[in-house]
Design a protein around this ligand. Structure first.
Ligand SMILES: O=P(O)(O)OC[C@H]1O[C@H](OP(=O)(O)OP(=O)(O)O)[C@H](O)[C@@H]1O
Ligand code: HPA
Length: 187
């Protein structure tokens, strides 16, 4: 299962971002090109994993966007993007994002107390992005019905689990300078 995802991961090129071995993949980078069949495979799989009673899909710029778009079209449920730029609208929440290779700010708009949100993202690595996001959503008073990430590497999932936060992923990989290996597929 998840045959297209697995095959494409095994072919992913690796580049160095400082000491971080960064894999390049259609789901996490839009490079090489993202085939509709892969997007269809992963988003159908997500819909088989989640609790259905969410009223908003929440994705992080940039590579949460194609996932949220496909999920929204399959479910008829709207999506909001957590952006890397501010709009300075009333109620905008700013959070600091730190990954294994970058630091920046993210801005949440149009998420309100009582919203039931499905979070979707392409990759979890250190977990820094999701920790910051979950803290901000708790402050807003939104309920996260599921937290879904396609590709898991590193210790981010166990870091969140230690904080009592469940993250579901489709595949766990290891990345070395030689390439990607698949450690687990979560059917
Ligand atoms: O678990 P972490 O170490 O926090 O890493 C995961 C984050 O890294 C990537 O974001 P990036 O800022 O590279 O965004 P992109 O989608 O624009 O490539 C990815 O989309 C996650 O949001
Ligand atoms: O190695 C990576 N590749 C693509 N996106 C990512 N987001 C965190 N780590 C990675």
């Amino acid at each position: 299962m998840l045959a297209i995802l697995q095959e494409s991961l095994l072919n992913a090129p690796i580049v160095h971002r400082g000491a971080y071995h960064y894999f390049i993949h259609p789901i996490s980078d839009g490079v090489p090109q993202l085939e509709p069949a892969l997007l269809d495979e992963v988003t159908d799989h997500i819909l088989g994993m989640v609790t259905k009673d969410f009223d908003k899909i929440l994705a992080i710029e940039a590579m949460g966007i194609p996932l949220a778009t496909a999920l929204s079209m399959k479910t008829g449920i709207p999506f909001t993007i957590i952006r890397k730029r501010p709009y300075e609208l009333e109620g905008e929440i700013k959070l600091s994002q730190e990954t294994g290779y970058s630091k920046g700010e993210l801005y949440i708009n149009d998420v309100r107390e009582g919203d039931r949100v499905l979070i979707v993202d392409d990759v979890i690595s250190t977990g820094g992005t999701l920790v910051a996001l979950m803290n901000a959503l708790e402050g807003i008073g939104a309920t996260v019905t599921d937290n879904i990430v396609i590709i898991e590497r590193g210790d981010g999932v166990s870091r969140l689990r230690d904080m009592g936060i469940d993250v579901k992923t489709l595949v766990r990989i290891d990345v070395t300078e030689k390439g990607v290996s698949i450690e687990a597929v979560h059917e």
